[in-house]
Design a protein around this ligand. Structure first.
Ligand code: ZN
Length: 395
């Protein structure tokens, strides 16, 4: 006999942006939500375990579109020369932190020596506890470009980038990450400067799209972002300097932005006193206002936005998704739109919307039980009552 559970009495925010259902119920059979409705219409259900959630709010588990699960969020995470074993143990611990803080699925955008891919497989086989996730393997960057000192695969020229892309796919990457511009955390490179060229990125993007996989780019400066969008990228990470032409291009192509406001915020808030390199603090401070302005403009114009934290960067803890939701709200988004970005938006960005991201009949039962309605108080996401993954209570 299959196990059935009936949850009832709660306010349901289903992740689509629709008006919440009061006094809702759903039935979970094995790993999926099989029926949803209003508890007032509930017929008798025999042989069903009933869980009364009166007074609670239920929403889909958070989906974090930008994580570095192998990275330790210390002042200078790129400086470490840790062994594979140490990185693996750390990764196992980081996975639990995300799950217990309400992230039930995420996307890793750049790991070390394919330990990200091994961890993904370990979660899927039940060896490690954690959210399911998609892994990009090594990020692909130009020689000396952003990411090279963080385990990136350096490649120059379209042919070599194509080869680097194929290496990631051979290792089992679910998507590819290419570096379009400089960044904050690499010494000697500037966030605004373009790096991999349009032709180079196009080679990698073609390889991913040939096998039905998505692509993401680290892109901060306008020229580099345009190169990536023209090359056919699926999501732009950070998107610090946008202009009107770029916003129009992204709306027309349906390109996602993953703002990662938390990454810059944690660097600025903690500063050099906390051991963050001077060049990183200087660069983060100089871009923060322009970044928020770009995200505001893009949101107003209707660019699709997904939630991602860049966890693993300085003091950007694993499990920081609620913090990013708050920052999206403070920057410009309504609480409902911020929640949609963190659930349905991220699932769409990752290409997993068929099974995840909303609470609708047929989807996986990944959900959060909250003591308060987050539409009234987003802070309730920092104190989640319980987390369910594939129908099982994990916290
Ligand atoms: Zn990142």
């Amino acid at each position: 006999m299959t196990e059935k559970k009936l949850y009832k009495g709660f306010t349901l925010i289903n992740g689509t942006g629709e008006t919440p259902i009061e006094n809702a119920f759903f039935i979970v059979e094995e790993k999926r939500v099989v029926k949803i409705g209003n508890a007032a219409d509930l017929e008798n259900h025999d042989n069903v375990e009933v869980i009364d959630l009166t007074g609670k709010t239920v929403m889909p588990g958070l989906i974090n579109s930008h994580v570095h699960i192998n990275m330790e969020p210390v002042g200078d995470p790129f400086a470490s020369n840790d062994s594979d074993a140490k990185i693996a143990f750390r990764t196992a611990a980081n996975l639990k932190k995300h799950l217990y803080a309400g992230t039930t699925f995420f996307r890793d955008l750049g790991g070390n020596r394919f330990i990200d891919i091994e961890a993904r497989d370990a979660v899927n086989s039940g060896l490690l506890e954690g959210p399911e996730f998609l892994a990009a393997g090594q990020c692909i960057c130009m020689t000396g470009g952003h990411g090279w000192s963080a385990g990136g695969r350096e490649a120059d020229g379209p042919d070599e980038v194509r080869k680097a892309a194929r290496e990631q796919l051979r290792a089992g990457a679910d998507l590819l990450k290419v570096m379009a511009t400089g960044g904050v955390m690499t010494k000697g490179v500037e966030p605004g400067s373009p790096q991999l060229s349009e032709e180079e990125m196009r080679a990698a993007i073609e390889e991913a799209h040939n096998v039905g996989k998505k692509t993401a780019t680290h892109a901060q400066g306008t020229v580099g972002i345009k190169n990536a969008v023209r090359a056919g990228i699926d999501s732009v990470e950070h998107a610090i300097f946008l202009d009107d032409e770029l916003i129009e291009m992204m709306v027309a192509r349906g390109t996602y932005i993953v703002p990662t406001l938390a990454a810059v915020d944690f660097i600025v808030k903690n500063g050099t006193e906390a051991g963050i390199p001077e060049y990183a603090v200087r660069k983060a401070k100089s871009v923060q206002e322009a970044h928020k302005e770009s995200i505001r403009k893009a949101y107003k114009a209707g660019v699709k936005i997904a939630m991602g934290t860049d966890s693993g960067t300085p003091f950007n803890l694993h499990g920081s998704a609620p913090y990013e939701v708050k920052l999206l709200n403070e920057c410009c988004m309504t609480p409902m739109d911020a929640l949609v970005a963190a659930t349905k938006g991220s699932a769409d960005c990752l290409g997993i919307l068929e099974n995840y991201g909303t609470l609708e009949e047929g989807k996986f039962a990944d959900f959060l039980v909250l003591d308060e309605n987050p539409l009234d108080n987003l802070d309730t996401l920092f104190n989640i009552n319980s987390v369910y993954k594939l129908g099982r209570k994990v916290r």
